[in-house]
Each structure stands twice: as C-alpha cells, then as structure tokens.
Design a protein around this ligand. Structure first.
Ligand code: CMX
Length: 470
C-alpha cells in the first residue's frame, strides 16, 4: 500500500491567556468550601502548558510522527496521529487511562460520597481538567457549585415539554443543549469583542453551567416521555450523581445512586478520536460555544455504532430472551449470535475501533453486577453472551476485536433497578460524556488550539498520488 508522509503540525497558534476570572455566585460559594478552586487550580497550570507546547513545537515541530496509508484514508482515519487529547489515552490491550490512571485506580483514589463505594464523577472531571487528584473538600465544593447552577431557563423547560414524546430522547437532549446557547457567556462576550487570551475563562464558565444543567434536562425528558411525573428539585447539599438519580426518580435506591456515580465516571472520556469527543473538539475549534460544540458531539453519540449501542444491546438481549426463553445453553446463545451475523447485522456491544481486549469499562460494570445483582436473569444472559460471543465473532472472522465494549453491560444494570426504557440510555451516556469532552475544550482554548482543517482529495486525486490508473 502506498503511503503519504506527514509532519507533526498538530500544535499551532498558541496564545497566552490572562487569568482574570469571571466568577458566578455559585463559583464563589464553591471557593468558600475548597482550599483552592478548580478554576484557580487550572489557571495556575495554563502558563506551564503553553510553554511546554511552545518548546515542543520549536524544538521538534518538523519531526515526522508516522505515515498515512491510503487504506487509513478510506478506513475512517484509524490510527492516524493528528489529535491532541490531554485527559485520557486508550491502549488497545489495556483500555482507558484517565491522566495515566486506570479505572480501578480511579475507583481507589478519587473522593467518594459519605458512605459511598464508587468515585464521584466530580473528582474525575477535576482530574481530567487539571491532572490532579482533588481533595474531598474540593470535590464537595464542585458538587455544591454544580447544584447551584442546575436550574434551567423557563424557555428550555417549555421547549422540552413541547417535544412530542415519540421524538427520540437523544434528539430532545441535543435540542435542549443547543438552545442553552442562549446562556453562553462566551457567545455574548465574543459578540462584544474579547481578547483571545480570555477565551478559556468563558469556556470554563459555560462548561460549568452546561454540566450543571444536564441532569435537569435529562430528568425532564425522562419524566415527560416515560413517567408523566414532575422533576424533583435539585438538592443543593448533594452530589451530581445523587441529584441525577433523584431527579430521574431513583434517589431512594442507594445502589442505583452508586451505579450512577460509577456510570458517570467510566463513560466520561475515551481519548479524542471517538465520534462524540472528536466532534465536540472540532466544532469548538471554530469557536462555537461549549453548548453548540457539545450538542454536535451528542448528535454523534446518538449513532448506533457509537453511544446508541447501549440501547441496541438491551433490545437485542430482550429479543434473544423472547426467542430462547430460559434456555441459556451455549448452543442456544451461539445460534442466536449466528442468526444475528447471518442477518447482516452487527452484534451490538461487541467490537471496537481501538480496543483489542475486553473493555475495562465492561469489567467494572460486571464487577458491580457480581456484587449487587448476581442472580438477575438478564445479568446471567449477559454473562453467557460474554462466554460465547468472542468465539463466534472470531470464527465469523470480520471484527478485529471480538470482545465486549462498555455498551454490552450498561443497559442490564439500569433495567435491574427498573429503568427499562432503553431509548433513554444514551442520554445518560451523554451526561457523562460532557465530563470528558468539556475539559479538553477548555484546554483547547487555554492553549490556543487553532481551527481544525485536515486535507481532503477526490478518489481520482488519491489514485494519482499513489500512481494508480482507475
Ligand atoms: N458484529 C458484527 N460485525 C462486526 C462487529 C460486531 N460487533 N464489529 C465489527 N464488525 C465488522 C464490521 O462491521 C466490519 O465489517 P465490514 O468489513 O463488512 O464493514 C468488520 O467487522 C471490521 O470492523 P472493525 O475494524 O473490527 O471495526 P470498526 O473499527 O470498523 O468498528 C465498531 C468499530 C465499534 C463500530 C464495530 O465493532 C461495531 O459496529 N460494533 C457494534 C456496535 C457497538 O457496539 N458500538 C459501540 C462502540 C463503543 C462506543 O462507541 O460506545
């Protein structure tokens, strides 16, 4: 295969920001509880980050990072090194590390709720943005700040209420997030004219507002579409995961609350090349606000090959159950898997563009299930599929990774606690994804990442480049 050489031109146009803060009342409140606020912690790091990148570019800017084959150009850009993502790296064998830490390490070191077992997603957000593990006090401050900012503008509530209940929850979610553009401090400041060094401070404030409001939006959609109930008020002294669970109507179930904390932590970030992360980053590079950038990312997450797969998995499992009944024998599962593949469909929840082993996000959910719901029939079915599917997919011979990804497990945990409405699942994924992609969006603006613009050619032109005649 012919190859095109590329130089390391990923890092361009670094600006030095000023560190003036535009603090809301909520942010000030958080500062009272914390030793050092998140914004101040991040602001202190920005000059070092800018210098680091400047030096790297100056001393090594023309070094070659790799080759690009024609196959990669036509193969979804797999493996092409062209993105900068600080928060996490995905290893094909080992899975995700958040700022160098594995999921079990994060479960160990990140602050927990009082009496809780799982890490608070607030801590992961702090870690992703700053590279530091926050103190319990700092995390409590962040919980308070997000709770303080959670209220929705009236027109967003009305917008959600006017959606037909058969409009997919992800479309409603994206619509509401797009409409939050109305609240964007960045868009307003940009319209007035601001120094580019200050962009990140507005991206920070917008991201904090956006993250704070996502559970309220998600819960309103859930209540409207499935429950016909009212959304409970945000409890100002409670954490993000609790408030999400409570507004959805599951706040009294301690295990569900713990599940939400784990779920929000592990679904957050998966390096920069996946569709939702890359889209958010790309749209942000045009200086679209965090609201517009993240809404674009959500639209990508809503695709069945990406985040929507968790909905697909549960529906597929229910259909399998209908067909095979209580016969969980290896033969029955094997036959169902082959029927799916022979029908020209993918086995949802299996395969991955990067991973070549079982996803550690799957493993952490399996461990949760083994502790909390070992006898659940649907969990037993998932376990049986886990035993059989890798062999069948290997025999089928197409997928490069026959092992399960994160989506193969999440729905089964949610349905156990009564949340059986699978079309809502990707909304939960979306709430979590904000905690991973928005830190990078803030970093992008802080270090002055430029508008993104890779090169494209027609097939005829590529043929010419590789000396082929068509
Ligand atoms: N079942 C059947 N076939 C599969 C498969 C699966 N689970 N996974 C991959 N394949 C097929 C592909 O469709 C492709 O077939 P064609 O050559 O006919 O196009 C072939 O195997 C090679 O694909 P690949 O290189 O192994 O996988 P990709 O990087 O192209 O795609 C992914 C990755 C996740 C889209 C794919 O594995 C898939 O469709 N999985 C099922 C959907 C899913 O679980 N998505 C969620 C991923 C995690 C997330 O983002 O949330």
């Amino acid at each position: 295969m012919a190859s095109l050489r590329i130089a390391s031109s990923a890092l361009r146009g670094v600006a030095r920001p000023a560190f003036s803060s535009t603090r809301s009342a909520g942010f000030t409140a958080a500062r009272c509880l914390s030793t050092k606020s998140l914004k101040d912690t991040f602001a202190e790091k920005v000059p070092q980050e800018i210098e680091k990148i400047k030096k790297l570019k100056k001393e090594h800017g023309s070094k070659v990072l790799g080759e690009v084959t024609l196959e990669q150009v036509y193969g979804g850009a797999r493996g092409i090194k062209s993105l900068v993502w600080e928060g996490s790296v995905l290893d094909a064998e080992e899975g995700i590390r958040f700022r160098g830490k594995t999921i079990p390490e994060c479960q160990e070191i990140l602050p927990k709720a009082e009496g809780g077992e799982e890490p608070l997603p607030e801590g992961l957000f702090w870690l992703l943005l700053t590279g530091e593990v926050p103190t319990t006090e700092q995390v409590r401050g962040l919980s308070a700040e997000w709770a303080a900012r959670a209220e929705l503008p009236k027109f967003i509530e009305e917008l959600i209420d006017r959606c037909p209940t058969d409009l997919h929850p992800m479309a409603q979610f994206s619509l509401a997030v797009t409409a939050l553009e109305h609240q964007s401090s960045f868009a307003k400041a940009y319209a007035k004219g601001i120094n580019k060094k200050e962009y990140w401070t507005y991206f920070f404030e917008d991201s904090m507002d956006l993250i704070a409001k996502l559970p309220t939006i998600a819960a309103r959609i859930y209540q409207n579409v499935f429950k016909g109930g009212k959304v409970a008020a945000v409890q100002k002294d409670k954490d993000y995961g609790f408030n999400l669970a409570n507004m959805l109507g599951y706040g009294e179930n301690k295990d569900f609350v713990e599940l939400m904390r784990l779920y929000l932590t592990i679904h957050s970030d998966h390096e920069g090349g996946n569709v939702s992360a890359h889209t958010t980053h790309l749209v942000g590079s045009a200086l679209s606000s965090p609201m517009l950038s993240f809404a674009a990312g959500l639209n990508g997450l809503a695709g069945p090959l990406h985040g929507l797969a968790n909905q697909e998995v549960l529906n597929w499992l229910f259909k399998m159950k209908e067909k095979i009944g209580n016969d969980l024998s290896d033969e029955a599962i094997k036959k169902y898997l082959w029927d799916t593949l022979n029908g020209g469909q993918v086995v949802p929840g299996y395969g991955h563009a990067v991973l070549r082993k079982t996803d550690p996000r799957y493993v952490s959910q399996r461990e949760f299930a083994l502790k909390k719901l070992p006898e659940d029939p649907m969990f037993k079915l998932v376990s049986q599929v886990y035993k059989i599917a890798p062999g069948v997919l290997t025999e089928h011979g197409k997928t490069k990774n026959p092992y399960p990804n994160v989506d193969a497990h999440s729905g089964v945990l949610l349905q156990y606690y009564g949340m059986t409405e699978s079309s809502f699942y990707t909304v939960l994924f979306g709430v979590s994804r904000a905690l991973g992609v928005l830190p990078q969006l803030i970093i992008d603006r802080a270090v002055g990442m430029p508008i993104e613009r890779p090169k494209s050619f027609s097939t005829e032109h590529y043929a010419k480049l590789v000396g082929a005649t068509l």
